[in-house]
Design a protein around this ligand. Structure first.
Ligand SMILES: [Zn+2]
Ligand SMILES: [Zn+2]
Length: 129
């Protein structure tokens, strides 16, 4: 009975005879080590991706519309005051609306906020009766 061709382990580089065509490491220890390296590499890639998209995609404060440059992706307001206003609005909406998904929800809220702002401006433009 002929086994698979000898190959070198992806972690320690030692030669071994695989038991299946997918086996890339000589033993459980090297397998574990490879998993660990994959997780670290994956986290690093994910961090870089998040940072890059945070820098490249122009984002704006959800309350006043000011541009947010170089802010972490979880920051959606320009200042603590705006963030506070946003939290209040968010709580109010969460209480009255079914939760869809973060992106849908944010898009929908942004549209709503812009509409509210428009109405507010129209009201302010009107002379007091
Ligand atoms: Zn090995
Ligand atoms: Zn703001």
């Amino acid at each position: 009975m002929k086994g698979y061709a000898e190959r070198s382990c992806g972690v320690c580089g030692g030669r071994f005879t695989p038991l299946s065509p997918h086996q890339r490491y000589c033993g459980p220890d090297c397998r574990k080590e490879a998993d660990k390296r994959n997780i670290i590499a994956y986290r690093r890639r994910k961090r870089i991706r998040e940072r890059d998209c945070g820098q490249q995609k122009p984002r704006f404060c959800l309350i006043c519309g000011k541009a947010l440059y170089g802010r972490p992706p979880n920051v959606c307001c320009c200042s603590p005051a705006c963030s506070h206003a946003w939290q209040r609005r968010r709580m109010r909406v969460l209480a009255s609306q079914a939760y869809v998904s973060d992106t849908d929800w944010l898009n929908c809220q942004l549209e709503k906020a812009l509409l509210e702002l428009k109405i507010l401006r129209q009201n302010m433009a009107k002379p007091q009766a």
